[in-house]
Design a protein around this ligand. Structure first.
Ligand SMILES: NC(=O)c1ccc[n+]([C@@H]2O[C@H](COP(=O)([O-])OP(=O)(O)OC[C@H]3O[C@@H](n4cnc5c(N)ncnc54)[C@H](OP(=O)(O)O)[C@@H]3O)[C@@H](O)[C@H]2O)c1
Length: 233
């Protein structure tokens, strides 16, 4: 069994890759920083020495890098059971004050990368007549909030992508799940001066993905929203 997780050298993506490797999946992971990625690759391999851990340093902001990652996956994996479109960057801002070009950058990393990679890997899933695609949306996909700016626009777009994909793939035996976490303890929250328990552990997002994957073939968990016990920050 094979899984692909983008942006998996840290945070939520890493927790998902670790969990799927533990459950016996070969994993293909990517990130920009090659050193962090290599360290994560070694950690995952240690969790389960039996599985293949494919790691490629790519910048998902660039279409050619996304397609190169897809090419490597298609060369190495004859099946793709799980695809997790997780890579994303969070930059707070307001539409009227944020830097010029931020929307374009966040659209490329948070939305277009998922679109290009999914299109490149879907032929394998369609041919095998099964597969499960998870899209890491956010509570910012569902409502506007202060300093959401372009980030929130891109997360709304990713939820739209996910919903359309679900509709298009339902007759092809391929499941699509939108996962929308609220504040989760990762590098995105560096500098947060509240108690760490105010944030959700990334392992919980991985557990939800694993639970959704295990449902009966005729059942799809379409949308999951997770928030800290005390609500949004
Ligand atoms: N943490 C939260 O509170 C939260 C809440 C809701 C939704 N989310 C979503 O969950 C996803 C993961 O967030 P996170 O908090 O786990 O982030 P994180 O800790 O900052 O990790 C992001 C991962 O993605 C990689 N990455 C970033 N930009 C990339 C690019 N251009 N190309 C390839 N890889 C890239 C990073 O590695 P490199 O930097 O080396 O590239 C890293 O491995 C994102 O889509 C985020 O929007 C997070």
């Amino acid at each position: 069994m094979n899984a692909v997780i983008t942006g998996a050298s840290k945070g939520i993506g890493k927790a998902i890759a670790e969990r799927l490797a533990k459950e016996g999946f070969n994993v293909a992971i990517c990130a920009r920083n090659a050193d962090t990625l290599a360290a994560t690759q070694a950690e995952i391999q240690k969790i389960n020495p039996q599985v293949q851990v494919l790691a490629l340093s790519v910048d998902m902001e660039k279409k050619e890098d996304v397609l190169a990652f897809a090419h490597t996956i298609n060369d190495n994996f004859s099946t793709i059971d799980i695809l997790v479109n997780n890579a994303g960057i969070y930059v707070p801002g307001t539409i009227y004050q944020e830097d010029d070009g931020l929307l374009e950058k966040l659209m490329a990393v948070n939305v277009y990368s998922a679109y290009y990679l999914t299109r490149a890997l879907l032929p394998t899933m369609i041919a095998q007549q099964k597969g499960h695609i998870f899209n890491l949306c956010s509570t910012a996909s569902h409502k506007a909030y202060p300093n959401g700016g372009s980030y929130s626009i891109t997360k709304h777009a990713l939820l739209g992508f996910s919903k359309n994909l679900r509709e298009e793939l339902k007759n092809l035996q391929i499941k699509v799940t939108s996962v929308s976490p609220g504040p989760t303890l990762t590098a995105s929250w560096e500098g947060f001066d509240g108690p760490p328990t105010r944030l959700m552990p990334p392992e919980d997002i991985a557990s939800v993905i694993w639970s959704a994957y295990q449902l009966a073939p005729q059942t799809v968990m379409e949308d999951v929203v997770l928030r800290p016990m005390l609500g949004d920050l």
